[in-house]
Design a protein around this ligand. Structure first.
Ligand SMILES: [Fe+2]
Length: 205
């Protein structure tokens, strides 16, 4: 997300009903149009009195929040992270297909996890093992090495490069799945936009 202040809400990549039955329209509406937009609007409100920091990119706000004034430091960290994390979450969803990673990402998954199923198992363990609100991630480092990460609340995995993320805040699934986080994960996994994710696996050597 290459945005700067004032941040805006990216549109859903599909209609509210296009990701059903894995994620129904009600769940998507509340998650995208109520929760995600709240992070965007709050971040803009926090930065409104601070022209110097309005020039920072979203990634810079996520990475360098410790340099911000005391009165906005933690709130900017939380809300910039909320914007960054949700942008990737929604961007990498598409109507269900049986696809998987391709090209260099497919090769890296096979090399580092042994199979796509093994990657899925490791990511699911992270998603189910995240205590309370947070995220499970597939990321790569500056050398292209893949790993699974967990973050709490709205922390990001930056400066690692995220490829995909499972939102395990209850607001992401409770309307449809109640406390069945594992079932949510299984269905969310079917919605991953592997062409987009595979294309994002690139870096400057
Ligand atoms: Fe969320």
């Amino acid at each position: 997300m290459k945005q700067q202040y004032p941040f805006s809400l990216p549109p859903l990549p599909a209609s509210y009903d296009a990701l059903a039955p894995q994620l129904n329209g009600c769940t998507l509406y509340f998650h995208h149009d109520q929760h995600f937009v709240a992070y965007v609007e709050t971040l803009n409100r926090l930065l409104a009195p601070y022209p110097d920091y309005q020039r920072w990119s979203l990634e810079q706000l996520c990475l360098e929040w410790r340099q911000l004034p005391d009165e906005i430091r933690l709130s900017v960290r939380d809300n910039a992270g909320g914007v960054y994390n949700h942008d990737l979450y929604f961007k990498t969803l598409a109507p269900a297909s049986a696809g998987g990673p391709s090209g260099a990402l497919k090769d890296a998954v096979m090399r580092e996890f042994g199979s796509l199923q093994a990657l899925r198992t490791a990511l699911k363990a992270a998603a189910l093992g995240q205590f309370g609100s947070g995220w499970a991630w597939l990321v790569f480092d500056r050398g292209g090495r893949l790993s699974i990460q967990k973050t709490a609340n709205q922390e990001t995995p930056l400066p690692l490069h995220p490829l995909l993320c499972c939102d395990v805040w209850e607001h992401a699934y409770y309307l449809q799945y109640q406390n069945r986080r594992a079932e949510y994960f299984d269905n969310w996994w079917q919605l991953l936009n592997w062409p987009m994710i595979s294309d994002a696996y690139r870096w400057d050597a």
